[in-house]
Design a binder for this molecule. Structure first.
Ligand code: ASP
Length: 357
């Protein structure tokens, strides 16, 4: 009981000034959140990778991103501290980011070539290797919650499109009108690309798709969200949610809902969530590859992540990054893009929010 009271006060003391600061919109990069009483917890989130250079965001915009990342980080981490599972923490944090128009997931999803929003997500349980994934959703407000339902309430790993939405209805998971996902900045991004595409009059379909994806890459694609967690029981979990890439076509599905590409968790190694140019992450099986390098070559997590992202992905011509936590609570972040929205609780128990290289 004494221990409980002490823990309660530590938590209250650690959180009160932090949350007040965040609510005021003021923040510092480092905040004390975790005492030595639970050194094994691990929590990292990301809000996408891409060309995010210092000066490319206005101070106000930057603050909005930081405040929202902090909110998601604290919510997920608090869940872990209270004894909830890594899966709960991952879902809680991702839902907050999905509900924000700042990120390319849920509310802020990018537009397809046809001017629609098609959402993908996945989640994985490192203890059981159970996984759930959804793709091509048009009406599910929080795709991560549907991915979890696929994992926990169905016999399948992946469901797509109308079928997945039928399952969502059955599971009483919130559906919204397609209009809910419409946002001006994402619409403008699509219009800009379509205009450029028209001007270029690219000939063959193949080169057209290729040029669009290439062009899209630096400026218009970032904001996928993800989270990885190590909970009090030593169980790992990972989840990722995205609107994909602006101007994507023909039922294109990226890496985010592909188990082993954009998301992977295994209690023997680590939990990973990726963001970047999905086609490359699928080809390399990035998330599973990092886990395999740890398992078969005994590489520590940061080295394994850098090997796959800064060596293999780089050589293949892809870009993006990952967040990871291993079974000991060590955290790794690796990306070969200009920036990556990310936030984590470091080894000293402090909250860190970072955007640039
Ligand atoms: N990986 C996502 C996709 O290719 C996009 C991103 O992470 O920005 O769908």
């Amino acid at each position: 009981m004494k221990r409980f009271i002490a823990l309660f006060f530590i938590t209250v003391i650690a959180f009160s000034p932090t949350l007040t600061l965040a609510q005021k919109g003021g923040f510092a990069d480092m905040k004390q959140l975790q005492g030595p009483q639970n050194p094994r917890l691990g929590f990292v989130i990301h809000g996408g990778a891409g060309v995010i250079t210092r000066g490319s965001l206005s101070p106000e915009r930057e603050k909005e991103y930081r405040v929202k990342l902090e909110e998601a980080l604290f919510a997920g981490y608090k869940a872990l501290q209270s004894g909830k599972s890594g899966l709960d923490a991952v879902e809680i944090a991702i839902r907050i980011l999905e509900d924000s128009p700042l990120f390319n997931a849920g509310k802020g999803a990018v537009f397809t070539n046809e001017g629609k929003n098609e959402l993908d997500a996945s989640i994985m349980n490192g203890k059981t290797l159970a996984a759930g994934a959804v793709a091509g959703l048009r009406q599910v407000k929080n795709p991560i919650t549907l991915a979890r339902a696929v994992m926990e309430k169905s016999a399948h790993v992946m469901m797509v499109g109308g079928g997945a939405e039928k399952f969502a209805k059955e599971q009483k998971i919130e559906l919204v009108d397609e209009k809910y996902f419409w946002t001006q900045p994402r619409w403008d991004s699509l219009q800009k690309i379509l205009k450029e595409e028209k001007a270029k009059e690219v000939q063959s379909l193949k080169s057209k798709v290729q040029s669009v994806l290439t062009k899209d890459l630096p400026a218009n694609r970032f904001g996928t969200v993800g989270a990885v967690a190590l909970d009090k029981n030593g169980d790992l979990a990972a989840g990722t949610s995205t609107g994909g890439m602006t101007n994507k076509r023909y039922g294109r599905v990226g890496d985010a809902p592909i188990i082993g590409a954009g998301t992977y968790a295994n209690n023997n190694t680590c939990a990973i969530s990726a963001t970047g140019w999905g086609e490359y992450f699928i080809r390399l099986g990035v998330a599973r590859d990092i886990s395999a390098v740890m398992e078969y070559r005994g590489m520590p997590i940061q080295q394994a992540a850098d090997f796959v992202i800064k060596d293999k992905l780089q050589k293949l011509g892809g870009d993006g990054g990952i967040i990871a936590v291993d079974k000991f609570g060590n955290i790794a972040i690796s990306f070969n893009s200009e920036g990556m929205y990310r936030a984590y609780i470091n080894a000293e128990g402090k909250a860190v929010v970072e955007i640039y290289k």
